[in-house]
Design a protein around this ligand. Structure first.
Ligand code: F6P
Length: 475
């Protein structure tokens, strides 16, 4: 039986979520009074019932530089805010997380930079998160650590609290070893992750890549999904497997079915001049999303007149990581091609690309999904891509078509989409044309099968499956 190594410091929560971000945003009212507003993502929706039932706590960062907000309650949930200094935001968040790991784990679409100072900041911030988790967890608690920003936390936590059960889920891809091997700190990252009892990945291929990294970077033995790890407590067995994440399908469908959302969808089509074909892209403005490839394909289709007389593309590109250089460059490139397309093809009052560099509430997204004839999801690499699943969940009318990159985790599950290799611009163009001209019967057949998948495998199913496997992991 594992022991509480620092019983004096043990906390009171039986379930602890450790994620880069808190599930709330800091806001100020008109009198300058600060407060917190829920930022309900899929993760918090899935984990909220578990958090409530198990006296849980969520540990994360607010997104702003400044001292740790510490423990507080918001929306009936216990939260602990970890603080990051301005230097840590620069070196840990913008540097190591988003200029080293993010491009490296997405197949070096943008060249990763390896800065020793950033690595030191990553170690220090991971230590702060691990300390907060160690202080919050009750004896024998379950701690679930999330994503690439916190890969050292499992081991750091185990060193302080051998009594807790630790799960880790990687939301982004885990790269092939030839790419991962570039990381100067590859062994430390593998060893950091192996502090967990169970490691979850989006796709089977990600878990396989990780198992290979265990053998190659850390010289460990693996058998099937199991890695044999020797540490202070002797030999442990760690499991690595795929647990594809999903969305709250029923809640999203309920939003899409609301009268005001359906009315808004009709108004959107009206505002766009009742197009024959409405294409839609919704992404964070990120170079992994293949926005430039999509725009290039669209531009060529317009040049060739292959999309019929009245087609419109709405591209929502929500602002993201705006102080990171690669994101600023991408914004310039996207805005250049958007203005070229409109410059070359639009008429007064009728742009052919409606480009929206903004974020929208879920209701507006649902209305856009309902309004679109063809949804374009064309990442060059994506751990899962929840936009694809959201589109399917909203299409209770069984209409619409999904063009989906085979380099997304979602492509493993949504096999009835029009699957594409976004690097193959001709193939992408053909797929867009096929999706735009698909017969209603075939569109319905494809949508029905994708909807079944998303309904049966929602985010609650994902969380329950992972937590069940964690309970049963050998440890
Ligand atoms: O998918 C990885 C992820 O970190 C998500 O958790 C998050 O929603 C998104 O990327 C944006 O990340 P951030 O704004 O925290 O850098």
């Amino acid at each position: 039986m594992p022991t509480v190594t620092n019983a004096a410091g043990a906390g009171q929560h039986d379930f602890v979520v450790v994620a880069s971000r808190l599930p709330v945003d800091r806001v100020e009212d008109p009198d300058g009074e600060a407060g917190w507003r829920p930022s309900p993502g899929g993760l918090v929706t899935a984990l909220e019932p578990v958090l409530r039932e198990a006296d849980g706590v969520w540990i994360g960062w607010s997104g702003d530089a400044g001292p740790a907000p510490g423990a507080f309650e918001a929306n009936g949930l216990d939260l602990v805010g970890v603080g990051l200094s301005a230097e840590q935001v620069r070196d840990y968040y913008e540097g190591f997380c988003n200029t080293t790991l993010w491009p490296l784990y997405h197949d070096v679409i943008s060249a990763p930079q390896f800065e020793r100072r950033w690595w030191e900041a990553y170690v220090a911030v991971n230590r702060s998160f691990a300390a907060a988790a160690a202080a919050a967890a009750a004896p024998g608690a379950t701690v679930w650590v999330h994503d690439y920003q916190l890969q050292l936390v499992p081991r750091m936590l185990r060193e302080q609290r051998a009594d807790v059960r630790i799960g880790f889920f990687n939301h982004i891809p885990f790269p092939g070893y030839e790419i991962f091997a570039q990381l100067p700190w590859r062994r430390q990252v593998v060893e950091g992750l192996l502090g967990a009892d169970l490691l979850g990945f989006q796709r089977r291929a990600d878990a396989t890549n990780f198992l290979r990294a265990c053998r190659r970077a850390a010289g460990l033995l693996t058998k099937g999904n199991t890695i044999r790890v020797r540490d202070a407590d002797g030999v442990r067995e760690v499991q690595a497997a795929a647990f594809p994440i999903s969305i709250d399908s029923a809640a999203l469908e309920a939003i899409a079915r609301r009268d005001e959302v359906r009315k808004r969808a009709a108004d959107i089509r009206l505002a766009l001049g009742r197009p024959d074909t409405l294409l839609l892209g919704i992404d964070r403005l990120d170079y992994t999303k293949g926005i430039l490839h999509r725009l290039t394909a669209y531009r060529e289709l317009l040049d060739e007149g292959r999309l019929g007389p009245h087609v419109v593309l709405v591209q929502v590109a929500s602002p993201s990581r705006e102080r990171v250089e690669a994101y600023r460059t991408l914004r310039d490139e996207v805005e250049l091609i958007v203005s070229r397309i409109n410059g070359e093809h639009a008429e007064v009052g009728s742009p052919l690309v409606h480009y929206l560099h903004q974020s929208y509430p879920r209701e507006e997204m649902a209305a856009l999904y309902l309004a679109a004839d063809v949804m374009l999801v064309t990442p060059l690499r994506d751990g899962m891509n929840l936009v694809a699943k959201e589109y399917v969940a909203c299409r209770y009318d069984e209409r619409g078509a999904l063009v989906l990159s085979e380099f997304t985790g979602a492509a493993d599950e949504l096999t009835s989409a029009f699957l594409v290799n976004p690097h193959d611009i001709n193939g992408l163009k053909d797929a867009i044309v096929r999706a735009a001209t698909v017969s209603p019967a075939e569109a319905r057949r494809r949508m029905r099968s994708m909807r079944r998948q998303v309904r049966e495998h929602d985010v609650a199913h994902w969380a329950a499956t992972f937590l069940d496997a964690l309970k049963q992991a050998p440890g």
